[in-house]
Design a protein around this ligand. Structure first.
Ligand SMILES: [Zn+2]
Length: 238
């Protein structure tokens, strides 16, 4: 899905469901059951993830869901086939360390070089200890960690997103159940991403938290939805 051409950014919603997808595999709420039985008008959804590009060739993958391989198959831009081994994904950024946002990294293990991986320091800690996915990946392609600053400064190293200024915004949300931060939150357990197009002045905010700062008022705001929460896809869309 291309959300907004005027933003001069290509924003692909690869998936918009919570952990478990929609219909959630073990859920028989009216929505999940209704979709299976064809009694409601709805669309199956994979677990939440988006990809951003400005040139249509190099994509920043934001969160790597367990459904990533299907999402790549469904979005040919992510597999441009320029070489025998190829991908349109140029780098990966994680907004938190939740299982449904990071497990897809394991599906990217055949990459020919270490993945540029942007995370906050606390997410990196969780993925190095409680759920040591980056340690596992070190036996395959590995990752090149790029720590996200949480001081309001733009993220460095995303030159392939020309004319876009992206900033990590710490948000209040719980760390994953396996994290030592679950009951004592740390700044950076969950971030939103503020993106501004420097040419058009338009902005986009992507987040996974229940609440965002009141001062945040982007042109487009995207939030994942939950299986029982069909309509909530953003507080404001133009
Ligand atoms: Zn359900």
């Amino acid at each position: 899905m291309l959300l907004d051409n005027k933003l001069c950014m290509k924003i692909k919603i690869l998936g918009s469901a919570a952990g478990g997808g929609f219909p959630q595999w073990n859920c028989n709420c009216p929505n999940c059951k209704g979709l299976r039985e064809g009694t409601i008008q709805a669309q199956a959804r994979t677990q939440s993830s988006i990809a951003i590009s400005t040139n249509g060739q190099d994509w920043l993958l934001i969160n790597a869901s367990p459904d990533l391989l299907k999402q790549i198959r469904d979005n040919p831009e992510l597999q441009p086939a320029r070489n025998i081994r190829d991908t349109g994904i140029a780098a990966v950024l994680l907004t938190d360390a939740q299982v449904d946002h990071v497990t897809g990294l394991l599906m990217l293990r055949e990459y020919a070089r270490p993945w540029p991986l942007y995370t906050s320091p606390s997410v990196w800690e969780d993925l190095s200890t409680g759920f040591p996915i980056v340690s596992i990946l070190s036996h395959y392609c590995g990752v090149e960690h790029r720590a996200l600053g949480l001081d309001g400064q733009p993220i460095d190293g995303l030159e392939f997103l020309s004319d876009v200024r992206m900033t990590a915004v710490p948000l209040k949300s719980k760390a994953p159940p396996y994290s030592p931060n679950r009951d004592k939150p740390a700044v950076g357990d969950n971030i939103g991403l503020w993106m501004e197009n420097l040419n058009s002045g338009r902005s986009f905010f992507m987040h996974q938290a229940w609440e965002i700062p009141k001062s945040t008022s982007p042109d487009i705001c995207v939030k994942r939805m939950w299986c029982w929460w069909m309509a909530r896809c953003g507080k404001k869309m133009k």
